[in-house]
Design a protein around this ligand. Structure first.
Ligand code: UTP
Length: 292
């Protein structure tokens, strides 16, 4: 029987331009927008680590240095907090840089998510790896979403994508799967279509930003023809991959927020603030006082 290796590496493509959030993203990365008091990317890194990831490879681009600084030590800030006896804040700060090993690689031009992933071919090597998108935030009271995908990978030994049901009106904003069969929350996938028209969508099951990929994805992406915008789409690579080997979808348990979109970001902000022990009650009181 084939021995399934533990997934240790996670790739975070963060080289996109974040145009839906301009002008906020003109000089600072979308991934650093704070959800209450923590940057979006930190929530996703914490999910990866809670799922057992040991190494994180970020694919960055122009203007993304704030992300590297965030996960590095800040000696001046640490010594200031020490002088002021702010021990809890100091411990929280150190935890961020101690979380795991971070590697950075540049995508010189944002030529699509598939193009970004091709950049990590040599760093990943010959083992399955995780991919997480920093603007898809998933709240889970139980097992983290990535860990749920890992469970499917360990059972089936294949690539796994996270899927979520969306309304028919929204299918044209996502990569959509064509399912062959389904058992509980696991779907065998026979194809994928990027942003289909409502009438042509094979289902209303959208792929969202968590993936476990086998190294065969690199050959699959190599063969993808760039789209009209000159971008190499990950969906096209996944579609090629599932023609050559099995692929599964995992309808994960948890609530996902599309924080790369303004409305999604506002909804996430309100719900994360309401869940906070230190803010929830007073924020709720404030919200109830609003007259609409
Ligand atoms: P998005 O399309 O959601 O992000 O890509 P974007 O391009 O930054 O945002 P908009 O649409 O212009 O507002 C999904 C993820 O893929 C990364 C992005 O950083 C984001 O995390 N990405 C996208 C890359 O790393 N490289 C690319 O060429 C494209």
């Amino acid at each position: 029987m084939k021995k399934i290796k533990k997934i240790k590496k996670a790739v975070f493509p963060v080289a996109g331009m974040g145009t839906r959030f301009l002008p906020a993203t003109k000089a600072s990365p979308k991934e650093m927008l704070p959800l209450v008091d923590k940057p979006l990317i930190q929530y996703v890194v914490e999910e990866a680590i809670a799922s057992g990831i040991e190494e994180i490879i970020m694919i960055t681009g122009r203007g993304k240095y704030a992300i590297e600084d965030h996960f590095d030590r800040s000696l001046e800030l640490e010594s200031l907090l020490e002088k002021r006896n702010q021990w809890q804040a100091l411990a929280d700060l150190k935890k961020i840089s101690d979380m795991c090993d971070f590697w950075y690689i540049r995508q010189k031009e944002p030529l699509g998510l598939g193009h970004a992933i091709l950049k990590v071919k040599d760093l990943v090597g010959d083992e399955p790896f995780a991919v997480l998108l920093g603007d898809d935030i998933i709240h889970s009271d139980g097992e983290p979403a990535l860990s749920q995908l890992m469970d499917v990978h360990h059972k089936m030994g294949s690539s796994v994508v996270a899927i979520e049901e969306v309304t028919r009106a929204k299918v044209s904003s996502y990569g959509v799967v064509d399912p062959e069969w389904c058992m509980d929350s696991m779907y065998k996938i026979k194809g994928l279509v990027e942003k289909p028209d409502i009438d042509e969508a094979p289902s209303n099951l959208a792929v969202i930003g968590r993936y476990i990929l086998t190294p065969a994805i690199f050959d699959a992406l190599d063969g993808v023809v760039p789209d009209k915008k000159g971008e190499i789409q990950l969906t096209a690579g996944l579609n090629r991959l599932c023609a050559s080997e099995a692929m599964y979808g995992c309808k994960f348990a948890g609530k996902r927020y599309d924080a790369g979109d303004k409305l999604g970001f506002l909804i996430a902000t309100v719900e994360y603030a309401l869940r906070r022990e230190d803010l929830g009650a007073s924020f709720k009181e404030y919200l109830s006082s609003l007259k609409f």
